[in-house]
Design a binder for this molecule. Structure first.
Ligand SMILES: Cc1cc2nc3c(=O)[nH]c(=O)nc-3n(C[C@H](O)[C@H](O)[C@H](O)COP(=O)(O)OP(=O)(O)OC[C@H]3O[C@@H](n4cnc5c(N)ncnc54)[C@H](O)[C@@H]3O)c2cc1C
Length: 317
């Protein structure tokens, strides 16, 4: 299959989801190709980075493409896809992707599935996504190709390098858009992206109070990690929404996931089960979190964490 992934970038940075989509593309392409599309102005560096993970990178450059614009994206993508016939088009399940993926699908007369977390190509193309805020997982069989899939961030982090070629697509926008970019307004929170963290100290309701988050933060600082939490911690306003791990939060795969006072409800576990090393501290020996943890301590976090902090301080001198 020819699997295309439309890269995403902003403020001069490539969204790592672009590489994750190529990992997915490489895992499903069979004897076909993984092909990235990079749209923008001055995107040579992005193209080189993408070429590490794609058989081919299509570069579409123009001054008018400096900022994301859905009309221009559709315009240039349709020009490309009329010549280079895709089987699958992968787009980030982000604010941008959510806007232009259905638009592109309509133009291609293709089915679209959003927020995809799994793709199986052993018998046709079958994609998995959650339904009803994660209560159900649905497998959907794609009956007509091409198809457009928006891909959840943080799910397809594993992959290997391909080292493909970069191709000038020679495509320019063919029209002036009705809407123009004015400015980005950054949200107040969001300076930490837990999906990219190697070490996560995650707190659950067992942390008891907002004032105790400091304890987890201290431990995270000593470990060089970040603090995340389960849903009740976010619902209580003790941590911002973008720190929530789980099906209605973020999917994380850090090298170390330290779960403090988290019971391990499946809605939480689905967001962290693929972490390389999971260590849980929970007072309840029956807590389901121990079912996914590689190591666990049946203990009071308020006894263990201060001791851990002391030990780490001692080690660091
Ligand atoms: C549609 C839907 C979507 C959801 N999405 C998410 C999601 O994305 N993420 C998510 O996390 N949840 C989600 N939930 C909620 C989920 O079902 C659980 O309610 C939630 O994960 C429980 O959080 P918790 O483990 O922090 O709290 P609890 O289940 O209350 O567990 C607290 C744990 O802390 C332990 N504990 C208490 N005190 C201490 C102590 N001093 N030391 C050590 N351990 C202690 C207790 O033994 C207990 O196991 C969702 C629910 C629904 C219905």
């Amino acid at each position: 299959m020819r699997v295309f992934a439309v890269a995403e970038h902003r403020f001069g940075e490539l969204n790592p989801l672009s590489i994750e989509m190529l990992n997915l593309a490489n895992s499903i392409k069979g004897d076909g190709t993984s092909e990235a599309v990079i749209i923008g102005k001055g995107v040579d560096e992005f193209a080189s980075e993408l070429a590490k993970y794609a058989d081919k990178v299509w570069k579409i450059e123009d001054d008018s493409l400096e900022h994301y614009n859905p009309e221009l994206y559709i315009d240039v993508l349709m020009q490309l896809f009329e010549k280079e016939k895709p089987d699958v088009v992968l787009i980030g399940n982000t604010a941008e992707g959510g806007e232009y993926a259905p638009y592109l699908a309509a133009k291609l007369n293709a089915p679209v599935v959003t927020d995809v977390v799994g793709v199986d190509v052993s018998d046709g193309v079958k994609v998995s996504r959650y339904l009803f805020q994660g209560k159900l997982m649905a497998d959907l069989k794609i009956k007509s190709m091409p198809c457009v899939l928006t891909v959840r961030q943080g799910v397809f982090k594993e992959g290997s390098e391909v080292n493909g070629e970069i191709v000038e697509a020679g495509i320019k926008p063919s029209k002036t858009p009705a809407r123009n970019f004015v400015q980005y307004i950054e949200p107040e929170v969001g300076e930490i992206d837990i999906t990219q963290a190697d070490i996560i100290v995650s707190v659950g309701r067992g942390i008891e109070d907002e004032s105790n988050i400091e304890l987890a933060q201290e431990l995270a600082d000593l470990l060089g990690g970040v603090v995340a939490g389960s849903r009740p911690v976010i619902d209580n306003g003790w941590l911002p929404k973008d720190r929530q791990v789980g099906i209605s939060g973020k999917v994380v795969k850090p090298k170390l996931y330290l779960a403090l006072g988290i019971s391990g409800a499946f809605q939480h576990v689905m967001g962290m089960k693929d972490s390389e090393l999971i260590i849980a501290i929970n007072k309840d020996p029956e807590a389901p979190i121990f079912g996914v943890a590689h190591y666990g301590a049946v203990a009071d976090l308020f006894e263990v964490v201060p001791e851990l902090i002391d030990k780490l301080r001692e080690m660091k001198g």
